[in-house]
Design a protein around this ligand. Structure first.
Ligand SMILES: CC(C)(COP(=O)(O)OP(=O)(O)OC[C@H]1O[C@@H](n2cnc3c(N)ncnc32)[C@H](O)[C@@H]1OP(=O)(O)O)[C@@H](O)C(=O)NCCC(=O)NCCS
Length: 175
């Protein structure tokens, strides 16, 4: 793990650094509109940046979602981005684990993610069948829809995850 890294909530001054980070990390996928809409519009997000030598080199976003009568007790994780030069140094893991700690303190019950189980499994994510994503996923992606419980003992949620406007783009939920 890199030793001169710290994590904090993102601030408006991070905007240019986040633009550079997302262009470098996702050259073929334009996630910036999603990220900037979440930052501009969503009061319910937890947006964390990893800082090395004063520069944001990693970002993880958690969005508060509604489900079957609960609000902001379920969060959607994504995107997660670490600058390519800093991959494999524990920054992505530190951002996700730091987010879990903050969300647990905020009484969040479960976190959901659409991502590679080979990566997210290490944080305790498991396939979610009780809570479904807002859009029907292609068959080959169904194992990528996962959840982790933060409450102890695990409280169960059931239903369809209702996401706020920036996430309501079918292209974000399809290959
Ligand atoms: C995925 C990502 C966030 C991980 O960040 P990171 O800081 O490199 O991750 P960490 O250092 O905490 O963990 C690295 C470990 O994860 C593994 N890993 C990274 N991406 C993986 C993937 N897609 N599938 C399986 N394992 C993966 C690495 O092989 C490494 O394994 P090791 O600990 O056994 O050596 C980063 O690689 C990234 O930004 N990738 C491009 C964008 C992306 O795919 N984002 C996630 C989807 S939103």
């Amino acid at each position: 793990m890199i030793d001169n890294m710290r994590i904090r909530e993102n601030i408006p001054d991070d905007a240019a650094a986040l633009e550079r980070l997302y262009s470098a990390t996702f050259p073929d996928e334009d996630l910036l509109p999603l990220v900037s809409d979440l930052l501009d519009e969503e009061p319910s997000i937890l947006s964390l940046v990893a800082i090395v030598d004063g520069v944001p080199v990693g970002h993880a976003c958690f969005t508060g979602c509604a489900i079957a009568g609960t609000t902001n007790r379920a969060m959607l994780l994504g995107p997660v981005a670490v600058a390519p030069a800093f991959h494999g140094q524990g920054i992505g893991s530190a951002l996700i684990r730091d987010g879990f700690t903050r969300l647990r303190n905020a009484n969040v019950i479960q976190v959901f993610v659409l991502g590679d189980p080979a990566y997210y499994g290490r944080f305790g994510f498991m396939p979610s069948t009780d809570v479904l994503p807002p859009y029907t996923l292609p068959k080959e992606w169904r194992g990528a829809w996962q959840f982790v419980s933060l409450s102890d003992p695990g409280e169960q949620l059931y239903g369809i995850l209702s996401v706020p406007r920036p996430w309501c783009r079918p292209a974000l939920w399809a290959p």
